[in-house]
Design a binder for this molecule. Structure first.
Ligand code: AMP
Length: 406
């Protein structure tokens, strides 16, 4: 269990509580196309409203590369949130985020009121020098602080970590929200205290992005399954010829090391036994592509592996069937293309059908599971791709570390 103060530990009545949420939702033409992150934030917000707090919400949205702009304003979030809560959410649209407009809005609050500040990234890079000043200004608005932005908790940003120092200085409490607790309970239990057999499935494009995850999970799991583009560096490290498949030649030694590590620890490491190949990567990514299935040791020099084959899908599904805990991060192939999505679909289906506790580590695998309609069949779908990966690496998340201990 997480030994950090939570919203349950706050004496929130009449207090101004700043809550860092993860409202980084996808937008198309100003419309929210997936409200998962808004829904996931509701329990903490509703708890604080019920306690009679003055609830001040903040979040980033998008990458904000070209400075503040209406396209990345949190206005659509305020509207949707207000519908979900069934009460007004006062939106402070000021691009400065903090300052006069925010202060005035907070001063006008009554118990149970909700204010949403503008996109925190509008203040520039939150981790830069400007971050300290921004942290102080955020803290000045509130008495206590709650971090419920799991998807941002791996970043030591002003609104995630910086603010906590100034809340402490003024005698306030820094706590974590219900979403943070839930994420950490699921991911933490799976990794540190799994009901065995524990199967971890990793896919996605590059080995280099998941080096520490592979190494850490090998130690914790019973079976590690590798699919997606990253499998080809492993296959090449085994001496196989992988044609034009995605390979990172600088990581061949690393993959060998991991295979030796698996053997030494008595862990199963499963790699694709067959592969869906094509002459080239589809362009556009979801455009037509002619494919063939070959054994993984028979990939021709001029072809590229773009999905796991049917035998591999069966092998992986079988491993999932007998598991008690499964963690999955990263697609098995170029799932954006319907012709190359079968491997990812097969794994998603296996997870949907197993009795095991199933945890989806955010990002593409979460999107795939939801698109396929398997979302409600999973025990837990993380709202944070990068954060869940760092957690699976065994790293401490700054957003968690900064909360007060119980
Ligand atoms: P990641 O962001 O590392 O989780 O990788 C996700 C991306 O990996 C998706 O956009 C997939 O299209 C891509 N991907 C999966 N399998 C392959 C493959 N065999 N070759 C190239 N890209 C792949």
């Amino acid at each position: 269990m997480l030994n950090k103060k939570s919203v349950d530990d706050l004496q929130a009545k009449g207090k101004k509580v700043l809550v860092r949420c993860d409202f980084n939702v996808p937008l198309k033409n100003g419309e929210i196309t997936d409200e998962t992150r808004i829904v996931a934030a509701l329990p903490t917000i509703q708890k604080l409203i019920g306690d009679g707090a003055k609830v001040i919400l903040c979040s980033h949205l998008g990458k904000v590369k070209n400075g503040p702009n209406e396209g990345e304003s949190l206005a659509p979030v305020a509207k949707r949130l207000s519908e979900k809560l069934g009460r007004e959410v006062v939106f402070v649209s000021d691009y400065n985020v903090t300052g006069e407009a925010a202060t005035k809005a907070v001063e006008a609050m009554n118990e149970g009121d909700v204010v949403l500040l503008q996109n925190t990234r509008f203040r520039g890079k939150e981790e830069t020098k400007n971050g300290e000043e921004f942290s102080r200004e955020l803290a000045a608005l509130a008495d206590d602080y709650v971090c419920d932005a799991f998807g941002s908790s791996h970043r030591a940003h002003a609104s995630v970590e910086g603010v906590t120092k100034f809340i402490t200085e003024k005698g306030g409490t820094n706590a974590v929200g219900y979403l943070m607790q839930k994420e950490i309970d699921f991911l933490g239990n799976a990794v540190e205290n799994p009901v065995r057999p524990f199967v971890a499935i990793l896919g996605g494009a590059k080995v280099a992005d998941k080096l520490n995850v592979i190494s850490n999970l090998l130690e914790k799991c019973d079976t590690l399954i590798i699919g997606g583009g990253m499998a080809f560096t492993f296959l090449k490290a085994q001496g196989l010829s992988v044609g034009n498949s995605l390979v990172d030649d600088t990581k061949l030694d690393y993959c060998k090391e991991m295979m030796e590590k698996a053997e030494k620890l008595g862990k199963k490491l499963l790699l694709p036994v067959d592969t869906v190949i094509a002459a080239a990567f589809p362009n556009p990514i979801d455009g037509p592509v002619e494919v063939k299935v070959v054994a993984s040791n028979e990939i021709p020099n001029d072809m590229e592996g773009l999905d796991i084959g049917p035998k591999t899908a069966e092998l992986y599904a079988e491993a999932v069937k007998t598991a008690k805990t499964v963690v999955w991060n990263g697609p098995m192939g170029v799932f954006e293309n319907p012709t190359l999505a079968a491997g990812t679909i097969a794994v998603a289906k296996a997870l949907a059908e197993t009795e095991a506790t199933t945890i989806i580590g955010g990002g593409d695998s979460a999107a795939a599971v939801n698109q396929l309609g398997f979302g409600d069949k999973m025990s837990h779908i993380s709202t944070g791709g990068g954060a869940s990966l760092e957690f699976l690496e065994g790293k401490e998340l700054p957003g968690v570390a900064a909360a007060d201990n119980r």
